[in-house]
Design a protein around this ligand. Structure first.
Ligand code: ZN
Length: 415
């Protein structure tokens, strides 16, 4: 009986061919109030890195989500949430004054039947709003099937088949050809820091990590606020939204083109600089600098965003966002609450006698409570502990609520 049960639990979803991936490229174009999706190109890639069952992600995380429906029957067959950089930009002052476009792609296993593709974004009540539909036919010969470029790569962790494991690709950014040994050393050192941290340590055997050795023309990265520019593979830069430490790139096409040959679930851009900084967007991209003394912490913090959709628990640092969280709706991030629907969050993890809200007083240090301050706001947004890695380095670890959220993603996506 056990054998039959296991076989059924691990059965591959019958709607897809898992020997390949469809990459559906598009641009998000708009401003603070509006968004338009414009399809750019579609490609068929030689591997699929995600799971082969449980393809409808029910965690409901992210600011955007895409869905696939069987065109003939209308059945939902795939769903995944994510948070593109475009959505963060929409909350900046610039987005109230002009339009911009951001390039990105959807990824899903190759459907066996014609499908309808839907893209949804959150509305002001955090409900999903449909913004785009398209159809993809299985016999569409305009879906590009080129042999992708394959850069040298090295496994830093190899624990099994990509369908069963969570595959992280670390990409070299701002490393010249003669700096690739340094890149492998940096990637290895920071990967070690991630797997020393719980809950990644306990589930380390569910992850594969590969370092992709993409050479850059020049060493380092752009620092626009200091007129420093470097010609690098993925055009990463500090001063994202004019925030000096916010290190990202909007050149997602360059990233995707470099990794078409690989199976992956999460992308990490490792930037060759000793400046402090990073960035992390859920199911989209994590970015970290290599040589700052805080890089081991930043590497874990940003992956908290990129991997599990965790929100920032800090509330004193300046950001470029006008109003990031509405205080009248519950944020979707698992480690932040407005108390609008606290029961849906970590209320069950509070010990008896912990007041709601919980004062930031020494007697509650290290305890799970509901501490006012979080999500860039000192008032009206609440965090689970007084100090967590999603707030500051001195915490030394993820808090129990963040740990639980990370563990949930791990268990949903791997064996
Ligand atoms: Zn936390």
């Amino acid at each position: 009986m056990l054998t039959i049960g296991s076989a059924m639990a691990y059965a591959q979803d019958a709607n897809f061919n898992f020997s390949g991936t469809i990459r559906y490229d598009y641009e998000l174009v708009g401003d603070a109030h509006s968004v338009k999706v414009v399809h750019q190109q579609s490609k068929k890639l030689p591997q699929w890195g995600g799971p082969t069952n449980k393809l409808i992600d029910a965690q409901n995380l992210g600011t955007y989500a895409y869905q696939l429906f069987d065109l003939a029957t209308g059945e939902l067959i795939f769903q995944k949430g994510f948070s593109p950089l475009f959505q963060e930009w929409q909350t900046t002052a610039e987005a109230f004054a002009k339009q911009r476009s951001y390039y990105q792609a959807l990824f899903f296993p190759v459907p066996l039947k014609d499908v309808r593709i839907l893209i949804n974004e959150r509305d002001e009540k955090n409900s999903w709003k449909l913004i785009f539909t398209d159809t993809l036919k299985v016999d569409d010969y305009f879906v590009i099937q080129e042999t992708p470029v394959k850069y040298p790569a090295k496994y830093l962790r190899n624990n099994g088949h990509p369908h069963e494991k969570i595959d992280i690709l670390i990409l070299a950014e701002g490393y010249r050809v003669d700096e690739q040994v340094k890149f492998l050393s940096d990637a290895s050192r920071l990967t070690d820091s991630l797997f020393k941290a719980e809950p990644f340590a306990s589930y380390a055997d569910r992850f594969n990590v590969q370092a992709i050795q993409v050479p850059s023309q020049e060493s380092g990265t752009d620092v626009p606020g200091e007129n420093i520019y470097r010609n690098t593979a993925f055009n990463a830069h500090f001063y994202t939204f004019d925030s000096p430490r916010y290190l990202t790139t909007s050149d997602m096409k360059a990233i995707y083109d470099a990794i078409d040959a690989y199976a992956w679930d999460h992308l990490y851009l490792l930037v060759n600089t000793d400046r402090y900084g990073g960035g992390g967007m859920f199911n989209f991209l994590s970015v970290c600098s290599s040589d700052n003394e805080q890089s081991p912490f930043v590497f874990c913090h940003e992956f908290g965003h990129g991997f599990a959709g965790l929100g920032d628990e800090y509330y004193t640092s300046s950001t470029s966002y006008e109003i990031y969280y509405s205080k009248t709706v519950e944020p979707w991030e698992p480690n932040l609450t407005t108390l609008v629907d606290f029961g849906a969050k970590w209320k069950h993890m509070l010990l008896p006698g912990i007041p709601v809200p919980t004062p930031r007083e020494e007697i509650f240090s290290g305890k799970v409570g509901v501490f006012e301050g979080g999500g860039y706001e000192p008032k009206g947004i609440y965090s689970p502990v007084m100090s967590c890695w999603m707030k500051e380095r001195v915490a030394g670890k993820f808090c129990p609520v963040c740990e639980k959220a990370i563990e949930t993603v791990i268990l949903n996506c791997s064996k």
